[in-house]
Design a binder for this molecule. Structure first.
Ligand code: ZN
Length: 450
């Protein structure tokens, strides 16, 4: 099937494009991109006119998602998580290995990939564990994980336990040019903390986690990446001191990249006190920090120091979150709020322009994980995110496709949303609230994708 997306603004920074271009899709690939492509190039009924104001982008990739399967299917499954992903405008997600059992072997990786193929929604790139069982003792069989389809390794949920293990992981992954993704946290400094260490936690009587708990581990791993030549990716960066360490590493030529989650550039620890005091949907790890940290994340996004925006989508059941603050699990869902928050807080605020947003959410995640996508050049997979930057969106957790609803953004009114999501040439999400968009969601499942 040849389909022509006609009209709309195309933003493809990897190809140097920002303007009125048409996109011809042939099957699951991009065939041509040019101005005013003739409708005759498409098959009968294959011309889709993109209403003015919508923006066609290479598919967004969320490189930090917890899909919870296997083992915690009451929170999320590969099917519900990828359904949330496409509704949130993501054509691909990378999923963390802290499942039960842990994704530290080919069997678990293959199970996740099989579930993803059955769901046939977003592409799923499993991330394997650094250590067996994420116990921080023995290195997992990284070659086996790689061969089974893992695109990176991490012990996310925990830091890599020792400098020696992190060194070995960086040495090993560099043989495959894979990144080691680090959940940067010094557990002795974290202790049993549950909120950012500062005046707000003190006032609420909550035990604190200092920003230094994060940056000290980032500094360790940046030094180890420098020593080994391995590639380090700093997950969910939250502290201004971590950003400084990353900047210094980059200046020295260390292969270090980093990501920021929407909640860390949107919220501060003031949200722990109001409007709902002790709202467990403001509890995540790393914690919401103070204004200085939040502003540093915004500055890093603007000046190019931050490589990617990733959600750290962390679904938890209502009953698990409906307990005292210090007993609740860390984390919030993020797949279905990321694009409205990003458009509203970063683009409409004037901090960045759309090409930079596409870099942060498509180009760079593809580059860091070495996965397809990040561009709509001819021959690339037809993975496309269509944005509706001026759509008025009210976040309603009751409408989430995710199995979990743990978000602090319920009821927020934001400007900007998703119009449609296309994966491998199939329309997997079309937003009925976007007027005049003549796209229909594919009804039948396509054959399983790799
Ligand atoms: Zn983490």
């Amino acid at each position: 099937m040849k389909r022509l997306l006609k009209g709309g603004r195309l933003v493809d920074p990897a190809a140097g494009i920002d303007g009125d271009f048409d996109v011809l899709i042939d099957g699951d690939r991009i065939a041509r991109v040019d101005r005013d492509l003739p409708a005759t190039l498409a098959d009968d009924g294959g011309v889709v006119s993109i209403p003015r104001g919508l923006v066609v982008c290479p598919g967004f990739i969320d490189m930090h998602v917890h899909l919870r399967e296997p083992g915690q299917e009451h929170k999320e499954t590969v099917a519900t998580g990828t359904s949330a992903a496409v509704a949130g405008g993501f054509t691909a997600v990378a999923c963390m290995p802290n499942t039960s059992p842990v994704n530290d072997n080919a069997g678990v990786t293959e199970l996740i990939l099989r579930k993803a193929a059955e769901a046939a929604l977003a592409r799923v790139y499993p991330i394997g564990a650094v250590s067996r069982g994420q116990q921080g003792e023995q290195l997992a069989d990284i070659a086996e994980l790689r061969a089974a389809g893992c695109v990176a390794v991490t012990d996310d949920g925990h830091p890599v336990a020792t400098a020696l293990l992190a060194r070995r992981a960086l040495e090993y992954t560099s043989m495959f040019d894979m990144p080691m993704i680090e959940h940067c946290e010094d557990l002795s400094l974290k202790g049993d903390g549950c909120a950012h260490e500062g005046p707000r936690a003190a006032e609420l009587g909550l035990r604190g986690i200092p920003g230094t708990a994060e940056s000290i581990m980032a500094a360790r791993d940046i030094l180890l990446a420098e020593m080994t030549g391995g590639r380090l990716h700093v997950a969910h960066m939250s502290a201004w001191t971590t950003l400084e360490a990353v900047r210094q590493g980059k200046q020295r030529g260390v292969k270090v990249t980093c990501e920021v989650a929407p909640h860390h550039f949107t919220l501060t620890d003031d949200w722990l006190a109001s409007p709902v005091p002790y709202d467990t949907n403001t509890k995540m790890n790393p914690p919401l920090r103070e204004a200085r940290d939040r502003d540093a994340m915004l500055a890093g996004i603007a000046d190019g120091s931050v490589d990617a925006i990733a959600t750290d989508h962390a679904p938890h059941h209502y009953d698990e979150k409906h307990v005292e603050f210090d007993r609740a699990p860390f984390g919030i869902v993020g797949l279905e709020t990321a694009i409205p928050l990003t458009l509203d807080r970063l683009v409409h605020s004037g901090l960045i322009r759309l090409p930079r947003l596409v870099e942060l959410m498509s180009v760079n995640p593809a580059r860091i994980l070495h996965v397809p996508g990040g561009t709509l050049a001819a021959g690339a997979p037809a993975d496309i995110t269509i944005l509706a930057p001026d759509l008025a969106v009210t976040i309603d957790r009751a409408r989430f496709r995710s199995r979990s609803k743990n978000t602090p953004f319920h009821g927020w009114s934001l400007r900007g949303g998703v119009a449609a999501t296309i994966v491998g040439g199939r329309v997997v999400f079309a937003n009925r609230e976007v007027p005049a968009l003549a796209l229909e969601e594919a009804t039948s499942s396509s054959p399983a994708r790799a």
